[in-house]
Design a protein around this ligand. Sequence first.
Ligand SMILES: [Zn+2]
Length: 94
Amino acid sequence: MTSQNIVEEVISHTNIIEIVSQLIPLEPAESGWYRGACPFHKWQGKKGLFYVSEVKQVYRCYRCKRCGNVITFLRDYRGMTEEHAIVQLQERLK
Ligand SMILES: [Zn+2]
């Protein structure tokens, strides 16, 4: 299995909402999106800038412009390598 396949398998078997909501509080927004306080830039007390999509399995912050998938979220949130994040997500699937 190539690493690209592993990445795709981990992403397709992991719900980003489940992972992100364990780390930051999320509330449901419209069209399958959830929103919360962005963990990647200094929070000003305004809600609704950080969005996570259950449908697309991506996150996006409209202020600091960070976006990505569950792997890059864990990489940046935890300060770990992508490889480590993938291994951690794989462990969850076992
Ligand atoms: Zn942000």
